[in-house]
Design a protein around this ligand. Structure first.
Ligand code: MUC
Ligand code: MG
Length: 367
């Protein structure tokens, strides 16, 4: 089987409620649908979410690099030849979400052609993940009301609270209100998207002592090298590297240098092939991992759940799988459903993605 063509289709779907956090805001999902075609028939599907504030990619850069660089380089290769595929993709630095969407579409093709799901192909640990919901910036009472609605509607009991505002007491108050409003049975953790300095982070963590936070993610920039190591060495909960650990080399560097003690794995930026390597590093080094969300749509969320449920380490914690709930619509023929706080992967071969042709026609921006 050979790759015959790769399509990169820009589409835009508005959010009902934008997500706001320390490094940016997302109002519209301006993503890129990637379809890899083969001479044997299977078509692999994935999506790339441009996040200029994290990776520098834009919707236009993703479509351009796929159309002009990756598609010509990969056409003619076998979808199973992942090392050869990545050797060619890696001739171009950066562009992580464009590369990852191509990678995940190839795994979709391999699963389809073998007649098994990608979760089974990767590791087959389970068929579902518990879901963690991300609560963006808003006045504390609105953050509490949102978390209560999400708990009551979907049974979700794990919440990642966006922090990193100034003064930091704004976020301390929001976290306190969430703990008081939701009670002791929910899990709360925080993500600062590099919004604070190391010393602000330390003061904020001290002020939040007693709230039983389980993880602290990217509170200050990893580029503030000494400050960040100092903070991590003074923090008694796992300190998660997200945007500072976007590929295996960075994961190793951040962990071994003491800049992080846990890792966020995002299939949107490491696909399945490099997410496996990040997972294996975490397992080998003995650190916790959490399946993160790149503010994915339903296709990206399904990919995250497919990977997360493949391994014991990634299935242990709730995965961030609910950002799509804030979108006004999506492209899947059968929408994802979160029930009892859980998202199940699909039994079908490959990723189990079936697109709704009318929705694709409505939201695509290239026609
Ligand atoms: C997250 O975990 O940080 C927001 C920025 C980004 O890079 O990803 C999202 C969610
Ligand atoms: Mg994060």
């Amino acid at each position: 089987m050979k790759i015959t063509a790769i399509e990169a289709i820009p589409f835009a779907i508005p959010y009902k409620k934008p997500l706001k956090f320390a490094s940016g805001e997302v109002h519209t999902a301006e993503h890129v649908l990637v379809r890899v075609h083969t001479d044997d028939g299977p078509v692999g599907v994935a999506e790339a979410p441009p996040r200029p504030f994290t990776y520098g990619e834009t919707q236009a850069s993703i479509t351009a690099v796929i159309d002009k660089v990756f598609a010509p380089q990969l056409t003619g290769l076998a979808p199973t030849a992942r090392e050869a595929v990545h050797a060619r993709l890696n001739r171009t630095v950066g562009n992580p979400t464009a590369k990852s969407a191509v990678d995940m579409a190839l795994w979709d093709i391999i699963g389809q052609s073998l007649g098994i799901s990608v979760t089974e192909l990767l590791g087959g640990f389970t068929d579902r993940m518990r879901v963690s919901h991300m609560v963006g910036f808003a006045p504390p009472e609105q953050m509490v009301a949102e978390a209560q609605r999400i708990r009551d509607t979907y049974g979700i009991t794990t919440f990642k609270v966006k922090v990193g505002r100034r003064p930091f007491m704004l976020d301390v108050e929001a976290c306190r209100a969430l703990r008081e409003g939701l009670g002791d049975d929910v899990e709360l953790y925080i993500d600062g998207n590099r919004g604070w300095t190391a010393s602000e982070s330390a003061r904020a963590l001290r002020a939040m002592d007693g709230l039983d936070l389980t993880l602290a993610e990217e509170l200050c920039p990893a580029d503030d090298v000494m400050g960040r190591r100092w903070l991590v060495s003074h923090t008694d909960i796992p300190f998660v590297a997200d945007e500072s650990a976007t590929r295996p080399g960075e994961v190793t560097r951040e962990l071994l240098s003491g800049s992080a003690t846990a890792i966020s794995i995002k299939t949107a930026r490491t696909g399945f092939t490099y997410s496996q390597r990040v997972h294996h590093l975490c397992e080998g080094l003995g650190v916790e991992a959490v399946m993160g969300n790149q503010i994915d749509g339903q296709i990206g969320t399904l990919c995250t759940a497919v990977f997360g449920s493949a391994y014991e380490l990634t299935a242990r914690r709730a995965g961030e799988l609910s950002n799509f709930l804030d979108m006004s619509d999506d492209l899947l023929a059968e929408p994802l459903r979160i029930e009892d706080g859980t998202l199940r992967v699909r039994e079908s071969a490959g990723l189990g993605i079936e697109l709704d042709p009318e929705k694709l026609a409505r939201y695509r921006q290239d026609t």
